[in-house]
Design a protein around this ligand. Sequence first.
Ligand code: FES
Length: 99
Amino acid sequence: MFIALERLLNLEEGYRQVFQVQGRSLLLLVVEGRTLLLENRCPHQGTPLHNATLTAGVLRCARHGIEFELASGRALNAQCPGLAYLPLAYEADRVGIDL
Ligand code: FES
């Protein structure tokens, strides 16, 4: 089942939006021309990531400062699991997820 999240024409550089889908909080981002969808919770202790700072492709969680490389999802400055990405799906003029 396709669940639409956003219209493609709204996906501009710097886009950042949280969606609640079936009890999960998801974060949709556009960074360096790539559209990314990830769980909106830090893999460290679950802090929401929508207020994380983003610099040069690195997402820094506001709570304890762990930095995640967006290209790979891995933590750069701590022993910590990586970001949990979800595959994107496209239908007509929308981006979303297949559940
Ligand atoms: S909860 Fe994100 S760095 Fe600790």
